[in-house]
Design a protein around this ligand. Structure first.
Ligand code: PGA
Length: 252
């Protein structure tokens, strides 16, 4: 059985004290009532070390939202995968659509980031997804195929076992619009098929594929019930303890 994961992507929200408080309350909840899914909190860099301390010996995992494409050196303002790992975090999100569009990160740089993160022992949550115009013109399969192939397909089979794919239709991120469960299933199945062709059935069957884009307590159970949807990458709703917990509990 492949792993189910619900990851909260806090984005650029929460000052230090607020973030620690949120992490502590989510952590306390799941210590008392273990979840069926692996729960990952992807916080801003400044929270990582403090949240890692809180989560110690508990059930939750910790991740960053981005990393540098170079291992170390004169790259002012950048944070390397080794630095992230040294805080106690185990995951990093790479290729979020906000990184692709606002910071012009292309498949080539995202591939370098993914490789470097994996070689430093981090698990990668690699995001793909089309914009509205691409969906409307029926290009979403082609766009996602391109992102998957150019972002990930030079990784080894062993490296792929530490990759989670997040399908996030850009038109659904933070907009309140959600893909229908059928739209999510169709493209998740397509993504799994791409991995099956490239890496074989077993690796594809074990690949966790998350849905992201306005996932909330009211729609999570339906989306997560689809056979190729293995959990979610949650933005806005991850900032509210009760909503995030309800989404995690929608995993069956
Ligand atoms: P959203 O964001 O849940 O606020 O739509 C999801 C994401 O960007 O990861």
């Amino acid at each position: 059985m492949r792993k189910k994961i619900v990851a909260g992507n806090w984005k650029m929200n929460m000052e230090l004290a607020e973030g620690l408080k949120l992490a502590e309350s989510v952590d306390t909840y799941f210590r008392l009532k273990p979840s069926r899914a692996e729960v990952v909190l992807c916080t801003p860099f400044i929270h990582l070390a403090g949240v890692a301390e809180l989560l110690k010996d508990g059930k939750l995992c910790l991740g960053a939202q981005n990393c540098a494409s170079e291992p170390s050196g004169a790259y002012t303002g950048e944070i390397s995968p080794a630095m992230i790992k040294s805080t106690g975090a185990g995951y990093v999100i790479i290729g979020h659509s906000e990184r692709r569009s606002y910071y012009h990160e292309d498949n080539d740089i995202l591939n370098r980031k993914a490789k470097l993160a994996l070689s430093n022992g981090l698990k990668v949550i690699f995001c793909v997804g089309e914009v509205l115009g691409e969906r409307e013109s029926g290009k979403h399969f082609e766009v996602v195929k391109n992102q998957v192939e150019n972002g990930l397909f030079n990784l080894t089979a062993e490296e792929i076992t530490n990759v989670v794919v997040a399908y996030e239709p850009v038109w659904a991120i933070g907009t309140g619009l959600t893909a229908t469960p059928e739209q999510a299933q169709e493209i998740h199945q397509f993504i799994r098929g791409l991995f099956s062709e490239k890496y074989g059935k077993e690796i594809a069957e074990n690949l966790t594929i998350l849905y992201g884009g306005s996932c909330k307590p009211s729609n999570a159970a339906e989306i997560f019930s689809m056979p190729d949807v293995d959990g979610g990458l949650i933005g806005g709703a991850a900032l509210k303890k009760d909503d995030f917990i309800a989404i995690v509990e929608a995993i069956r």
